[in-house]
Design a protein around this ligand. Sequence first.
Ligand SMILES: Cc1cc2nc3c(=O)[nH]c(=O)nc-3n(C[C@H](O)[C@H](O)[C@H](O)COP(=O)(O)OP(=O)(O)OC[C@H]3O[C@@H](n4cnc5c(N)ncnc54)[C@H](O)[C@@H]3O)c2cc1C
Length: 477
Amino acid sequence: MNKHSVVIVGGGISGLSTAFFLSRRASQEHFPLKITVLEASDRFGGVLRTMTRGGFQREAGADAFYAGQDDATDLCRELGLQKDLVEAASCFRWFFFLKNKRYFPIPGVPGSFLDTVRFLWHPQLSFLTKFRMLGEPFIPRCRDEQDESLASFIRRRLGQGFYQELVKPLVQGVYMMDPEVLSLGAMFPRFKQAERTFGSLAGSFLKMKSKKKEKGHAEFLTLKHGLEGLVQALVRELGVFEAWPSRPSERVGIPACELRRSAPVRECTYRMGAGWEILLENGELLRADSLCLAMNACESSKLLSRQAPELSRALSEIRYDSIATVNLIYRFEDVPAGDLAPGFLVPMDGECYPFSSLKWLGKSADGKHMFMRAFLSETMIPEVFMESDETLKQKLLDFLDEFFGIQAKPLFIDVERYPRALPQYETGHFERVARIETLTAQYPGLFFAGNGFRGFGITDCIRQAKIVSARCQFQNH
Ligand SMILES: Cc1cc2nc3c(=O)[nH]c(=O)nc-3n(C[C@H](O)[C@H](O)[C@H](O)COP(=O)(O)OP(=O)(O)OC[C@H]3O[C@@H](n4cnc5c(N)ncnc54)[C@H](O)[C@@H]3O)c2cc1C
């Protein structure tokens, strides 16, 4: 009996976890399966990358995952990483709004009654905004099932002031997305659900608070030695089964997976009766019964443009934004505002700063260093990808000097760029995804994983990988 073969294009968290779940399923079903993962760059992990220099560990891309859903936590446990799971710096507790070269704090998710009162009566919010917010429970629910933008929903329920003064800067800064086009259904389904179920956001907020207390676990987790540990564990699990025949008996029978780096794919073609042909940039041709494209939808679109023009066009409609991150490490005594609580600094609407948000991560465990990360989105700062690393760094250092009086040089500063990396789930996103799914069904054995479809966080990508691996139909030859 020939093995069923699956080629996965993309060796980020989506591609690797798809390979892991497929491999585990084949093992449970005693099915002979051959999995090949093709990664364009010379490393696995995509956006997940932990770097260590001068004894400092820092995340170049993603730095934590949402633990409110169990997919990522469960995967870490399955890979034996549970002892390394740690709570991530709680940057969502405080938001610092930058206005006229000053900042004012607002509690993120109000944690207590006192927080909520402080939030509602914050001096920076206008009286009209507060008054309108208090009317939220009395706004009739909207029964229209059509998707709407986050901006439209917030204006409707909480008023223009709340949107303009809080939501717009926050969403632009933290999510790096434009709330005027952001899909409520895709990004904040709980808001819509809350309105539908409780008639108001206020009612659902109280309910959710009591639930969270019951659960009592951290909202965001990371790994002690960095998130790349998850990538390394997956690569280890996938790559070494056959090479380690002496490993514990539960491993016996799990198919080995071929993991190939520096293997960019140029084109994918379906041949009736023969399956998929995968053409690499170096001219090599691979064949597979099933094909999983686990990368940006816009990249997947290119690979299918000749074979499936309509599907390719639909994929290209999912828009991506380019992001740059800047990591900074200072000596604690060099930062006059060192005691500022961890949080996000976001520019108010109309204010111009050299970043979309600045994540103030706080002190190192030994209290000797201060960590910060700046995020720069191309949509908000269009010149980001035209300027050199040195210019971006200098602008940021000038800001920190002027704003926080930090004149000392950082011990460490570096820039990482992620072209077309962050999907923008625009209004009608799920309709677009449903159309992609319908068109995909015309091509036997074709699957998509990745951040462009049903959630872009690490946890979402892992959940989608699990779904793809369950849907893949194994066939004997
Ligand atoms: C700067 C940044 C910070 C983020 N922070 C967080 C966070 O803190 N928490 C969180 O939950 N989420 C975060 N996200 C989102 C989340 O990290 C990503 O959505 C997720 O990691 C995407 O994983 P992926 O495997 O789908 O894609 P990627 O990580 O982009 O991996 C796709 C891989 O496919 C490869 N590839 C592309 N084209 C080809 C080709 N033609 N042939 C072969 N290989 C190809 C690429 O080289 C890449 O390695 C962040 C995203 C960014 C950009």
